[in-house]
Design a protein around this ligand. Sequence first.
Ligand SMILES: Cc1cc2nc3c(=O)[nH]c(=O)nc-3n(C[C@H](O)[C@H](O)[C@H](O)COP(=O)(O)OP(=O)(O)OC[C@H]3O[C@@H](n4cnc5c(N)ncnc54)[C@H](O)[C@@H]3O)c2cc1C
Length: 493
Amino acid sequence: MRGAVMTERIVVVGAGVAGLCAAMSLAREGRRVTVLDRDPPPPDLDPDAAFHDWSRRGVTQLRHSHVFIGRLVATLRDRHPALWEKLLEAGAREVTFGDALPYALRDDYSYAPGDEALSFLFSRRSTLELIMRRHAASLPGVEFITEVFVNGIETETTDGVVAVTGVRGVKDGEKIVWFADSFVDATGRTTQGADWLRAAGAEIAEEESPAGILYFTRHYRLRDGYGEPDRGIAQGAGDLGYLKYGVFAADNRHFSITLACPEIETEMRVALPSGEVFDRVCAMLPGVARWTDPVRAEPVSKVFAMGALKNVWRSFVRDGQPVTTNWYAIGDAAIRTNPLYGRGCTTGAVQAFLLGEIFDETRDPAARLRALDARTRTEIRPFFDAMVRQDKAAIRRAERERSGEDVRPSLRGRITKSFLDDAIGPASRGDVHVLRALMKPFHMHEAPTAWMQRADVMARVFVMWMRAKSQKANFYLPPLGPQRAEMLKTLGI
Ligand SMILES: Cc1cc2nc3c(=O)[nH]c(=O)nc-3n(C[C@H](O)[C@H](O)[C@H](O)COP(=O)(O)OP(=O)(O)OC[C@H]3O[C@@H](n4cnc5c(N)ncnc54)[C@H](O)[C@@H]3O)c2cc1C
């Protein structure tokens, strides 16, 4: 007790995107936030040096491509303008809905209210983290303790509910326990939080399904005198069934390419870590080749590879009752999603800012956890379910590509394909109104199927469906790349 004001002590374990957002949202007068992380602090370096030299063994994906979508952008830009300014000063770029439009739509575009929520932030993940970390560390009441490996929890159990009272860790070889009122588990994909709670008797439910892909990423820098290629019709991201690809523009003249290979494509996954093979694949994908053309850009990293990609949902509330108290898992420690959708950081940030609001509303630990669970389900679960369904479909498609199986689709399958290929696809490339509606769920502002309930949008999609192909020829994509057999033959596989 200090005077009449009780100081609430909060320990956030993990200083990744979710932990940093939690520190920013929880920092208030009357609270002391201590952030523990296993890795060293960010070096006093510029973004390029940080990308190469910051040791981040705790975040294996730090040097993989990241895109930051509108829900995260709107949160950081509108709630934390000082941070936003620092990000832009460091070279990160806001790319608005208007900036990202394909050429065919530019002339039809005029600003509509809400477009500002549909911006991307283009930045390397290391740059975003570097600047966020410095910003969070400058907030009053927030302290960082680094190079601490947290390896357990202290608990007390009452009426079957496990209350967390401390976290155990090792710093400079010394065992330390950090006691606090509340703990935020933001330790990411390798969290052991649920296991520690289970060992103490809490029943944490867990749903899991495979993403079905492996990630291969290489970073490039534009050569002096060259800019980014025009955003023409050749797609900067696409799905060939046997391979998915994406170009990720970033800060300070950098960009990265990710090739996502189905887990079952055993020969390709062995070949792709070679920089030479990786670049040859890029050269065969028109939407990528424009970027990686050696005249325009040079590679600045090896090919980073990453597997064990899954969708995971952990529940800390059972039948409406918390199974633990004082422990709030957020970000990948609670929900993991296939990185291809680019929603992981936003999910963690949404949860972190929900947590800040909930902490302001009540001090009752059970009510806090119930609220976090309920609001996360409302905000995130529809996206999670849609991603799991899409991954299952993508895994089936990759199996068909590999086996060469020629399945004659049912009438329903043919109609669905025609709706996607001849209605939604061309409408998204030929009608700003439809694209805007589709981008709202993409940026996590509306539920995945919200646009389907809007008569004005559906009417435009159906009109596009009815048009003769010759009338919408400009709104079809050119081939994204070679067929699987041709790709493998060219690679000598
Ligand atoms: C290959 C790949 C590409 C991705 N691309 C995107 C993308 O384009 N857009 C997007 O939004 N998301 C993307 N994601 C998802 C995104 O990276 C994660 O969702 C996000 O990093 C989760 O943030 P977090 O803070 O929960 O965990 P992390 O960022 O993993 O941070 C965890 C932190 O906890 C610390 N820590 C871990 N264990 C301990 C311990 N025992 N003691 C102390 N500290 C510990 C770590 O050092 C780290 O700082 C991608 C993921 C992968 C794997």
